[in-house]
Design a protein around this ligand. Sequence first.
Ligand code: SF4
Length: 624
Amino acid sequence: MAGSVKGYIGKQLRVDLTNRKFTVDQVDPKFLRKFIGGSGYGAKLLYDEVHAGVDPLGPQNKLVFSTSPLSLNRVPGGGSVIICFKSPATGGWGESRCGGDFGPDLKRSGFDFLVIEGRSHEPLYLAIDDGKPELRAAQHLVAKSVSEKSALMRRAFAHPKTSIATIGVGGENLVKFASVMVGHRAAGRGGAGAVMGSKNLLGIAVSGSQEVTVDDPDKLTSAISAALTVLKANGSTSSFRDFGTMGDMAGNDKSGDWPSKNWRSNSWGKGEELFEHFHGKNLVRNHGCYRGCPVACGRIVEVKSGIFKTPIHEGGEYETISAFTAFVMNDDVDVAVHCDYLCNEYGIDTISCGAMIAFAMECYENGVIDKIDTDGIELEWGNSEVLPEMVQLIAERKGIGDILADGVKLSSERLGGSSHEYAIQIKGLEGPAHDPRSGKALAVTYCTANRGMCHIHPVEGMAWDSGKIDWGMQEFGIPDPQKIDRWAEKGKGRVIKILQDGLAIPDVLSTCKFMMYCGLTLSHWAEILSALTGWDIDGAELLRIGERVNNLQRMINVREGFSRKDDRLPTRILQLPEFGKYKDEARCVINDIDGLLDEYYEARGWHRETGAPLEAKLKELELV
Ligand code: SF4
């Protein structure tokens, strides 16, 4: 029976914005054991319901807000929600995780899954309170910042545990890398905010007091307690708490894992200095992004004075600060913190935004665009003063910002000339702040990640071969990273297949992946999931689910026309860096990307030439 799986509410809400109609579906338990929730459930729903060729910004695209049984505040990492959609940035599979409490609060409102369909003719927001959904007029929210929208919506709710997700001006303007924001936490990559904007849905508020039934409460308490003990004892937990993700900046610069000047180098030499400024001058305190996080890696930051004075807010992630420093050769961290704040208020992805400005700077340097195109803005490397203005132009789609708002692939097609050489992307998604010239496993990750040039969904390859993290995956056949040469290539295609399947699991469970960096393993997740649902599930079964989900997402991409030809690293990244510590280090060069991909496809059971999953593999995974 539909609602019979414990740990789930058992219900999915569909919101048809075109007809202003709500449908409550019971969720099929067979479906749940195979795909669980998060990015797994979202992939199954989109595979079945959003057909090939659908316009990502048209009414037929769907936006799935997806939780799992682990979406509870007391589960480590349980505050997140995963949003799944066809990506306007890539035209393929889109998923994005957002921290905060939206996941558990969606469940409290009475639903495990929320599916947004159609398109409204006028701006609306959705309110769900204790199982009762309502669409409300949102004209008063138009053109407001993320904070203003959230505050205006919050006034209409008495419940103290109301979570609010909104888009910003970027989403309203269909910037292809617009975010969905929960406060200053972002579902940033891939353009979920543009999809929500295309539907004329400006916000979603969820609240309620509904509880799931737990199969074995004592077992759950002891599984959570065991997980918390592991987290407490792990050295990475205190590092994350004390230094946040910014704690990686100096080390990444030193190890050649810091893309600089639009990927012309993998190091800059200023990582330590920039981190010291951030930690000493911008950091106010650490912060847990959801109620109860045992790691609390989030940062509360500010710029105290000067022309880029910025109020106290949540931000200052490594990726963001890198995008507004090393990507564009800006050494003024205050400006980077300010740009982070602006991106969050406009609701646009910080990584893609910084990457677009770096791309524009290289176009400017090489005469593809000039001062007339930029309306007088001097887009020179390191010109920090222009960065906030560029963020604004992109979010508001004004001037040169209107071209850049379409992402680097489309922008370079429109600008022509030599700009394609500077368009660093895979499948249309701009690259983040990790460089495979520091550890070759990341080359495979980048080529084959279903959402495009992404380091973290599903796995950071270089964290294994260069960073020496194994996430407890040696029992599933990955070699001890301590014994691995970070620059070696052979064998890493096979390892990445296993790591992708394992590290997809936090996304499938809608939990925070950092818990695995701090010691949790597939077995810990399996124990918690079994206690909640009554399933007798173990780490090996989770690994299998991760494999199924990765294949299903690949099938979504394959039917949209993606193949091996799209699993390519930009040429620049295969070569020696142009400057910096590694400019003469021949081991940085990626010599045999084709060999790595051959290994990967073979391990996956995919066609060696097309990169499509073979029939036998799909049967084995019960996908056909
Ligand atoms: S570890 Fe950091 S990102 Fe993860 S849930 Fe906690 S505060 Fe949020």
